[in-house]
Design a protein around this ligand. Structure first.
Ligand code: DNO
Length: 360
């Protein structure tokens, strides 16, 4: 596996490339042009700027997360063709600087959603928390007010301008069913994947987080059956997934270890993190260690090891520890600890294999 670390960019992240460089075994940063609105073509000079910055630390920029998909594509509006054209151009440009994987998602309106970004844990750290009843009690029509009155209730990864369009977006999605979303995703993939193939970039859809419909909006990349269906929409090695253990793991019915074995050849990129799921459906993001949460992280790493995984991996959200001030979920300390845990498990497995070879 190739270890990477998400970096929000110069001036946009409290963490520096020189710090990232000092985390053992990290070969690249996972990046994006966060100030380019969804649907627009990425400017080459800005892409090159990031490449030069990373080059200085000998970190690769092989993985982009995310090139966001414009809502009109998800809604299947006639204007989608323009945004798809821009998307294709961005793929071509990213190929020019050596990008190998593009992560994206197909969640209507919201990306990952939590109800509390700073929930206190027993050890004094804080972490991202999802209170199911609270999320379900929110009337989509009142969402705009809820967000305005509750600074902690945020939609991460969101451009603030989108908030003002929230009611219009909800209105637009009113009659969009899950089947419509599948059709619109297929339309998008049929256009994008040939371009990705020609440019040798693997597209890797991120599962929905949490993996169920929220605020009455449909969500489809939620479980094994649906991922199978997704992979068949366009059956190409360039049409893959970002297997995110924490997103899928919020639903205890999802067996991530099994998914690693089943989808191995279609996983160019893996997010590995733990969540602790409570009986009432709430969940909190814990340290990466298996024992701290509900997801079998050691088992997942073993599965990747068993399938001889050569794709990209990154630790995912961590807790906020040791007083660190950082982007919610994206501190340096807990993610770096996460990396050491992942390497620890991986290296032990490697050693086990050497030993077995010695004995034969
Ligand atoms: C959250 C991330 C997501 C992810 C997008 C992919 O921390 O995992 O925001 O980047 O869903 O497009």
């Amino acid at each position: 596996m190739k270890m990477t670390f998400r970096w929000y960019g110069e001036g946009n992240d409290s963490i520096t490339l020189s710090q990232i460089k000092q985390i053992p075994g990290v070969s690249g940063v996972v990046w994006a042009l966060h100030d380019v609105p969804a649907g627009e073509e990425w400017p080459m000079d800005k892409i090159l700027e990031v490449k030069e910055q990373a080059d200085r630390y000998n970190l690769n920029i092989d993985v982009v997360e995310s090139v966001n998909v414009h809502e009109d594509i998800k809604l299947g509006l006639p204007t989608r063709d323009l945004y798809i054209k821009n998307y294709k151009r961005t793929i071509e440009k990213l190929a020019k600087v050596g990008v190998k994987v593009i992560c994206y998602n197909f969640m209507p309106v919201f990306d990952w959603t939590r109800t509390d970004l700073n929930k206190e844990m027993e050890d004094g750290s804080t972490a991202l928390f999802y209170e199911k009843a609270k999320a379900e009690s929110i009337d989509p029509n009142e969402l705009v007010d809820t967000i305005a009155n509750n600074p902690d209730f945020t939609m991460p990864g969101w451009e603030p301008e989108r908030l003002s369009r929230l009611s219009a977006l909800f209105e637009a999605y009113k009659n969009v069913t899950e089947e419509d979303l599948w059709n619109n995703l297929k339309y998008f993939l049929e256009q994008i994947i040939p371009v990705a193939e020609a440019n040798e970039i693997k597209m890797a859809i991120h599962p929905d987080d949490p993996p169920w419909p929220i605020f009455g909006l449909p969500r489809i990349i939620t479980n094994k059956e649906n991922i199978k269906r997704f992979l068949k929409l366009v059956d190409s090695p360039y049409n893959g997934i970002t297997l995110c253990s924490g997103s899928l793991g919020a639903n205890p019915k999802n067996d991530i270890v099994e998914m690693v074995y089943e989808f191995a050849d279609r996983i160019p990129f893996a997010h590995i993190r733990n969540v602790k799921v409570y009986e009432n459906g709430d969940f909190i993001e814990t340290s990466h260690r298996t024992q701290d949460g509900s997801v079998d992280i050691a088992g997942i790493v073993k599965a990747y090891h068993d399938v001889k995984f050569t794709g990209y991996v990154r630790p995912d959200h961590g807790r906020h520890i040791w007083g660190e001030k950082c982007r919610p979920g994206y501190g340096l300390y807990d993610r770096a600890l996460g990396i050491m845990y992942l390497w620890g498990v991986w290296d032990a497995l490697e050693r086990g294999e050497e030993k077995r070879h010695d004995h034969h």
